[in-house]
Design a protein. Sequence first.
Length: 129
Amino acid sequence: MTAQKRKNKGFSLIEIVVALAIIVFAILIFLSSTNSFKFTQRVSFQNIALRVATQQMENLRETPFGSLPPSGPLTDSDLTRLPGGSASLVISDYLASNVIKDALVTVSWSESGVVKKVELRTLISQGGI
């Protein structure tokens, strides 16, 4: 037997490149899913805050002009779903008018140590217009 079969030990260059490509692909999928999760959570918090602010604004619009609540903190059960969630209402006269009020609803929460907020503003008139 002049031609002997060689038994190569180890991996070929192609096998190493394919294995590295698979590992890199898995890492990329993991990183993109992590970023996607953070983005989805951020959007979820914004939606909750907007829903709270919208509901408070609708409550104000249904309130008679003479019975508008004073400025101060607001309560809503959905605020517990926001980390450090709080809401406030500021009602003031619009352009020194006694027949038009400026209402500002602010919902804020803490996200990664940064305070985020959603604000909705509307005018409420005594005549309903």
